[in-house]
Design a protein around this ligand. Structure first.
Ligand code: PEP
Length: 261
């Protein structure tokens, strides 16, 4: 059984004081959560304080990016070992904003995935198609390409630490969500690809998150889909009430620990 994971991507938002306030509120609201893994991804400057605050709690911390080299003359960059040193457990990689605004290519993203795994951290590898690609029938080709290249040279053993996030670019920050059927179709396709790239066990164990305008009002139907194992949440993760409501999504029967009568 894959443990659901809900991750909040705070993007370029929140000062250290605001991040601290949000985490305090989340620690309170999410204290009862045992069956869902919770991750928050603040900006770099807030990482040390959020890591300290969430120590010994159910909240884990992700960075939003890293550079693939461990150290050297790379002004302005932060490496995976430094993020591990700071207390991070996850790193979001290949987010569509980085692909689009910073021209990140799959080979470069793959170098980052490998460096994150080598540092003992867990990559959340984001993949997803643009509206033009979907409309021109390239959806599955794009997904297959990004997954295959993003995971190049990752071993089946390392895949226990890898999380995939399917984020249709047209649904990010737009208020448009893929329907649960549209998302489920791509998630099932990704799981099939993982089986081909690795094996059945890897395909079954790998968590595949959905991302794209996830809100308290649509998380329930998304999580009811068998191949959707959680969510990568942008806008709604900036608000403690909304993020808490998303983490407390109504549990589909397959995830419920309640014994049947
Ligand atoms: C994201 O940043 O990955 C994202 C899915 O954003 P939003 O939830 O705001 O669409």
């Amino acid at each position: 059984m894959r443990k659901p994971l809900i991750a909040g991507n705070w993007k370029l938002h929140k000062t250290i004081a605001q991040a601290t306030e949000l985490v305090n509120s989340l620690l309170e609201k999410l204290a009862d959560v045992k069956d869902v893994e919770i991750v928050v991804a603040p900006v770099f400057t807030a990482l040390p304080s959020v890591c300290r605050q969430s120590q010994n709690s159910a909240i884990m911390v992700a960075a939003q990016n890293c550079y693939p080299q461990t150290e050297g003359a790379f002004t302005g960059e932060v490496s995976a070992p430094l993020l591990a040193d700071c207390g991070c457990r996850y790193v979001i990689l290949g987010h569509s904003e980085r692909r689009q605004l910073f021209d990140e290519q799959d080979e470069f993203i793959n170098e980052k995935v490998l460096s994150v795994l080598a540092a003992g951290l867990r990559p959340i590898l984001c993949i997803g198609e643009t509206l033009e690609q979907r409309d021109s029938g390239e959806l599955f080709e794009v997904i297959a390409y990004q997954l295959r290249f993003g995971l190049a040279e990752v071993t089946a053993e390392q895949m226990t630490d890898v999380v995939i996030a399917y984020e249709p670019v047209w649904a990010i920050g737009t208020g448009k969500t893929a329907t649960s059927e549209e998302a489920a179709e791509v998630h099932a396709y990704i799981r099939g690809l993982l089986q081909g790239l690795f094996d059945h066990e890897v395909a079954e164990q790998t968590r595949i998150l959905y991302g794209g305008s996830v809100k308290p009002g649509n998380i329930g139907e998304l999580m009811a889909e068998a191949d959707i194992d959680g969510a990568l949440v942008g806008g709604a993760s900036l608000n403690a009430e909304d993020f808490s409501a998303i983490v407390h999504f109504p549990k589909p029967l397959r995830m419920s620990n309640t014994p049947l009568p």
